[in-house]
Design a protein around this ligand. Structure first.
Ligand code: HSE
Length: 403
């Protein structure tokens, strides 16, 4: 029998307990042994809940119990979660987590401790919820040089943008619905400002490129400025606005950014609706692949945490492969990246637009008679910004294009 503990009985923690309860027989048969959730740690009491008898309020009970081999840290945050994770690893217990903030901030140090202690620190659930993307990057794609990862990595914002597009609801209504469904972070600023997606693309890129990427170096823009008017332009162009976290490994180096993009219909990310996440990966041998699935919510996330727990049990005394090395990777300035850009410009003539952006396409909507929608040709972002600056206050909005 293997015994585990769960730190935090919130959305994901209760999901992890539910996975082991619901699939007990199947898991035990597959693993050839019984897996028991021995403790659940939470500050709160849960009278009448099935975990009542295994609930503890004192972390030392768990860290000092030699029977507990694997701990699921699903508390979130980088305070107590960091201290508890570190203590568990130092005590020789493997730790599995969905905590992307902690992995992005302290993952390197925690993995180093785990390696020294001969245990594992696994975090499949930290990126893309239930989608097995970290395992794929660490194992299935090991023969490839990955040169692009572009993902819809935040379920809350994808859900919100989809609701705004499909039902015309406003930003606040869409956010409330996402929160009610348990998709959003405790402070949804992390979702809507792109910080959550930023941490996830830092984690995925660190694994894919085999070096440590500091999430603080990543240019990040959220969806708070996206308006119903932008949605109308998107529809007129047969595009959809998606918050993309995108990472490119070019000859010159690596650049990464998180921002809303106007995604064209034939791009596989166009069809990713609702709370779903997807990660598009391009490898130099593989070509294109896309990993798609439930990116947030109780059970999908818990499913990934539970699978990591089983991996730790199966690999007792062995390190599960992980491509993330400690050497820092300096990112290129995103201004050096090339792309196409959409602008909504008011009080400008077509000649002025053509002079600044030769060969640009224009989009006009009857309801916005006082402005021109402009889609530039491919250009370096630095050059684009210089030209945009010449238009000054005439620019109402800029959104990047993803073809
Ligand atoms: N708030 C996150 C999201 C949860 O919406 O994707 C899953 O990481």
């Amino acid at each position: 029998m293997s015994k585990i503990a769960v730190l935090g009985y919130g959305t994901v923690g209760s999901g992890v307990v539910a996975v082991f309860n619901t699939n007990r027989e199947l898991i035990n048969t597959r693993e050839g042994e019984e897996i028991e959730v021995k403790y659940v740690l939470d500050l709160r009491d849960f009278p009448g809940d099935p975990v009542e008898n295994i609930l503890v309020h004192d972390f030392s009970v768990i860290v000092n119990d030699p029977e507990v081999e694997v701990v699921a840290e699903v508390m979130g945050g980088t305070g107590a979660a960091y201290q508890f994770t570190k203590q568990c690893l130092l005590a020789g217990k493997s730790v599995c987590t969905s905590n992307k903030a902690l992995v992005a901030e302290h993952g390197q140090e925690l993995m180093d401790i785990a390696r020294e202690k001969g245990v594992n620190y696994l975090f499949e659930a930290s990126c893309g919820g239930g989608i097995p993307i970290i395992r794929a990057l660490n194992t299935s794609l090991k023969a490839d040089k990955v040169d692009e990862i572009s993902g819809i990595l935040n379920g809350t914002t994808n859900y919100m943008l989809w609701k705004m597009e499909q039902e015309g609801v406003d930003f606040e209504t869409a956010l409330k619905e996402a929160q009610a469904r348990g998709y959003a972070e405790a402070d949804p600023t992390a979702d809507v400002e792109g910080h959550d997606a930023c941490r996830k693309i830092a984690i995925l890129s660190s694994i894919a490129y085999g070096k440590h990427i500091n999430y603080k170096d990543i240019y990040t823009e959220g969806i708070t400025k996206v308006t119903p008017d932008d949605m109308e332009y998107a529809k007129a162009m047969n595009r959809r606005i998606k918050l993309l976290a995108t990472s490119h490994h070019t000859e010159e180096g690596v650049y990464i950014l998180v921002a809303p993009f106007l995604v064209e219909e034939k791009n596989p990310l166009f069809g990713v609706e609702d709370v779903f996440n997807a990660v598009f990966v391009h490898g130099n041998m593989l070509g294109d692949a896309m990993f798609y699935g439930s990116g947030a919510g109780k059970l999908p996330t818990a499913s990934a945490v539970a699978a990591d727990i089983l991996d730790c049990i199966r690999n007792k005394g062995r390190l599960v492969p992980n491509g993330w090395a400690s050497e820092e990777l300096d990112l290129l300035d995103v201004d050096e990246a090339e792309g196409r850009f959409f602008l909504r410009v008011t009080d400008a003539s077509y000649d002025e637009i053509e002079e600044l952006f030769p060969g640009a396409e224009t989009v006009e909507l009857d309801s916005y008679w006082d402005e021109i929608g402009v889609v530039t040709k491919t250009m370096r972002q630095r050059e684009f910004k210089e030209k945009q600056a010449l238009l000054g206050e005439k620019v109402r909005r800029m959104i990047r294009i993803k073809d």
